[in-house]
Design a protein around this ligand. Structure first.
Ligand code: ARG
Ligand code: ZN
Length: 852
């Protein structure tokens, strides 16, 4: 039975101190939890617990008899606890068998915890909710020879040898925290350390713990951490608050990383990198996620969530903060383009799916299912709109007010908006609807220009279609940034329109001539906006707008338009001469920003296009994408070649300029692969490459254009990189993206590869996540073979790791979006899944929401 936001009740008991003693053992770890509790209101003392073996309960020095407490599969109730007291609970865990990777688990010799959202209840019985904040003291007892590093949150207070030869280490975290921020790690690692002096003069020990032999691959992450610490001081005046900051990298992890107080745990693919094994994207992701987890220390840890419905309070805000950080470290334009792509593909798709929910969901069965692009990325867009409305200074003041007012508390999204309002005096009452309303708003616009008076009238209308979770939709407050461009060379004008009702008009006087309007500049709101511009107007914006994002966005609209026309006429798109002229121009004289040039030359991908159709014309879109790429390669061959050859590859260096250079060069290669000499060029590119970005570009191009040497290159790549699992994941990605029928045999072979393991989420995602998300031609096959394969994998994985299974299933849920034939296949598979005898809560929630 789902939980509802409307049913929230404050805790009956608080816990002031939580003392934990762990006696580590692979199959029988004993946890002794000593909880100092205090009654807050009348009611029962009910603790959450799952998959625990209870050994003993003691209340104030007296062991309780079976009649004094009651146990269910999910809880422990103490009958007469009194108003204050100390409860001691002893539980036994089996970390080795914990393949769900939630709670305490042992993988590759490392003990590791993941408690967010509700994993702490797999360690001990506890009020496992974010609004119970306690001071934690953690003792870890283990054999030092096997586990030299014994880590937990906060400061290390003691370390001693026990008479039996084991070692005991005691940690104390002075900041009261909810159980989801608890962490313990024990293992043998390579250890990188450094120091950082905060703006407040605190000397902080920074430590990275990585797998043996990987020390040299942790320097970039260390440097990124220091940049993040400095940036948060400079941008928001926020400094670190403990003497030690630890990051552990593990290869068995369900998501990207976790912000446990003072002891972050990371998926190793977001820590480890060097110039021979990492792509430009890897470096980017590491810096961004290191930043994200660090920024959580204020937005998440010092001020946390009252309940899990408020998750976007910390995640939307922290994604916004990491995006601002990345924009300052690199190219703001490219960062914005990447963030917008996520919204227009994954987030719009989620709105159109059975899992549609507002950034603050109202009903949840399995919380792990709500760590979504809506809560995270749309949540970040909502924060960005606040900054647009309040201005940077207003926003900074609002954040300062929020953190100061609520430091040490567990609060709600409303508290956040209230602080923004109080600090600035800006009325945000109507804006709050963004938190409760799901779906993608659609904007339509009309322009009227009176040449005699120079008056421009803009009419905006908004409407949000019903979503699976919510029928009624109301108007939202939508900030719409526009730019007016003039042919006669008059200075462009920028304006912010604030649309807060269904239809609204805005007027501008004394314009020199009819302007070309750039709508929704910087994607100032997470909405769909349609204009009736013709292709010439769109190409004019793409060539002339001063704002790089606007230029890219005009190209996106251009492609949507001509592809939509082609789909309607069951034909191939007609490429206007003006397009070829623009492409030639960009290839012959690229813009100063080479990465932006590469983006201007890139077609929208299948998922981006698909968001504009119901039902999705799968076969037509795939065919058009393929054919258009080939048309462009043919038409632009000399310019592509010229551009490709003119960009000389420097020694590898991860810098904004070099990233752009590689992006443009590899974009050219992608087109060149489809030409007569494609095979020769791709092979030469592979052989000459001095970095992973170029190597992967060659492999993807080889496979896409189906060049004869593709198999050979792939085999060579696999052989050279056997020893590095993260590079093998990239190899798996390429194999899984093979758009031809042979992919099924290839996938089968991959699962027999010595590096592959069904228990490792990175490996499973590298194979099957890539297959379902980067191989539209085979995944969406007419005969349903792609869907059936994913359903089979989901079934298998659910028994091992429900969180992973529930993520993998996503592309199967949205059957409504496809044609009848595909609908039938998907519904049949979902029914089969629904009838499985042992379905996890995670899958149950998604499958049952999806079934007709
Ligand atoms: N709080 C973590 C982060 O965004 C992610 C935790 C995800 N947890 C989960 N159960 N899916 O940094
Ligand atoms: Zn986060």
């Amino acid at each position: 039975q789902p939980k509802r936001l409307a049913d929230y009740q404050a805790p009956i008991f608080s816990i002031t101190h939580t003392d934990l003693v762990f006696e580590l053992d692979a199959t029988a770890t004993r946890v002794t939890a000593t909880l100092t509790f205090k009654r807050q209101q009348p009611g029962r003392l009910l603790l959450e617990g799952q998959q625990l073996k209870l050994e003993r309960v003691r209340l104030n020095d007296r062991v309780l008899t079976a009649a004094e407490f009651a146990q269910t599969a999910e809880s422990l109730e103490i009958f007469a606890p009194g108003d204050t007291g100390v409860l001691e609970i002893v539980t036994l865990l089996n970390p080795e068998q914990n393949t769900a990777l939630e709670g305490l688990y042992l993988a590759e010799g490392v003990y590791c915890t993941q408690c967010e959202a509700e994993g702490f209840r797999r360690i001990t019985y506890y009020p496992d909710r974010p609004d119970v904040l306690a001071v934690f003291t953690t003792t870890i007892i283990a054999n030092r020879n096997e586990l030299p590093f014994l880590l937990s949150n906060g400061n290390k207070v003691r370390e001693s040898r026990l008479p039996d030869g084991r070692t005991e280490v005691v940690w104390h975290d002075p900041y009261p925290k909810p159980s989801y921020l608890f962490a313990l790690v024990a293992g043998d690692f390579d250890h990188l350390h450094d120091t950082y002096v905060t703006s407040t003069g605190r000397e902080v020990l920074l430590e990275f713990f990585v797998q043996k032999g990987a020390l040299a691959r942790s320097h970039f992450a260390m440097a990124a951490l220091k940049r993040a610490m400095r940036w948060d001081e400079q941008r928001f005046g926020l400094a670190y608050d403990l003497d030690r900051y630890m990051v552990v990298a593990v290869d068995f992890f369900n998501m990207g990383a976790m912000e446990n107080k003072g002891l972050n745990v990371f998926n190793s693919k977001f820590v480890l990198a060097d110039d021979t094994s990492a792509t430009d994207t890897d470096y980017f992701n590491i810096e961004s996620i290191i930043g994200h987890e660090y920024f959580h220390n204020w937005t998440g840890n010092r001020v946390t969530c009252r309940d899990w419905f408020q998750l976007s309070l910390k995640e939307g805000l922290t994604v916004f903060r990491d995006q601002e950080f990345s924009a300052d470290m690199g190219s703001p334009t490219l960062n914005r383009i990447d963030a917008v792509k996520v919204i227009r593909t994954a987030q719009f798709a989620e709105d159109a799916s059975p899992m549609a929910h507002p950034i603050r969901p109202e009903q949840v069965l399995e919380m792990n299912n709500f760590y979504t692009v809506t809560v995270y990325d749309k949540g970040a867009e909502v924060i960005r709109m606040l900054q647009t409305l309040l201005g940077k200074a207003g926003f900074n003041a609002g954040l300062a007010c929020y953190l100061q007012r609520h430091d040490g508390q567990a609060v709600t999204c409303d508290d956040f908006v209230q602080a923004m309002q109080d600090a600035t005096g800006y009325d945000l009452q109507a804006f709050r609807r963004w938190y409760s309303q799901s779906g993608t708003p659609e904007l339509s616009v009309k322009e009227q220009f009176d040449a005699a008076t120079g008056k421009l009238t803009l009419t905006l209308a908004q409407q949000t279609p019903a979503t699976a979770d919510q029928q009624e939709k109301l108007p939202l407050v939508i900030p719409v940034k526009i730019e007016l461009l003039f042919h006669d060379g008059s200075a462009a004008q920028q304006h912010l329109l604030i649309l807060d009702s269904s239809v609204q008009q805005f007027q501008f006087d004394n314009l020199p001539q009819a302007p070309l309007v750039v709508w929704l500049e910087d994607f100032s709101a997470p909405v769909k906006l349609s204009t009736d511009y013709d292709v010439e107007q769109l190409l004019a914006i793409a060539s002339r707008a001063s704002n790089g994002f606007a230029r890219w966005d005009a190209m996106q609209q251009f492609w949507h338009k001509i592809i939509k026309d082609a789909v309607q006429q069951s034909a191939l798109p007609v490429l206007p001469e003006a397009l070829l002229t623009a492409f030639r121009q960009w290839l012959i004289t690229p813009l100063a920003d080479l990465a932006l040039t590469a983006e201007l030359l890139t077609l929208p991908d299948f998922d981006t296009l698909a968001a504009h159709y119901a039902p999705i014309p799968v076969d037509a879109l795939l065919n058009i994408l393929q054919e258009t790429t080939q048309l462009l390669s043919k038409a632009l061959l000399p310019e592509l070649l010229g551009c490709y050859q003119q960009l000389t590859t420097p020694a590898y260096h991860y810098s904004e300029a070099d990233v752009g250079l590689r992006a443009l060069k590899n974009r050219c290669l992608h087109y060149l692969a489809f030409t007569a000499e494609g095979a020769k060029r791709v092979t030469a590119h592979y052989q000459a490459a001095n970095n992973m970005t170029d190597i992967l570009a060659a492999l993807h191009a080889a496979q896409h254009a189906n060049i004869a040497q593709a198999g050979e290159l792939m085999a060579d790549f696999a052989k050279r990189n056997e020893a590095n699992v993260h590079v093998m994941d990239k190899y798996f990605n390429v194999v899984a993206a093979n758009p031809r029928d042979s992919v099924f045999d290839a996938l089968e072979k991959l699962t027999a590869h010595p590096v592959f393991s069904w228990k490792n989420p990175n490996r499973v995602r590298a194979v099957y996540g890539a297959f379902s998300q980067r191989n539209a031609p085979q995944f969406h096959r007419k005969d349903g073979k792609g869907y059936a394969l994913l359903a089979e994998v989901v079934t298998k994985v659910d028994a091992i790791n429900p969180q992973l299974a529930a993520r993998l299933i996503t592309p199967l849920l949205s059957w409504q979006r496809y044609d009848d034939g595909r609908q039938q296949q998907l519904i049949m598979l979902l029914r089969e899944l629904a009838s499985l005898p042992m379905l996890s809560d995670d899958l149950y929630e998604k499958v049952h929401k999806s079934l007709p």
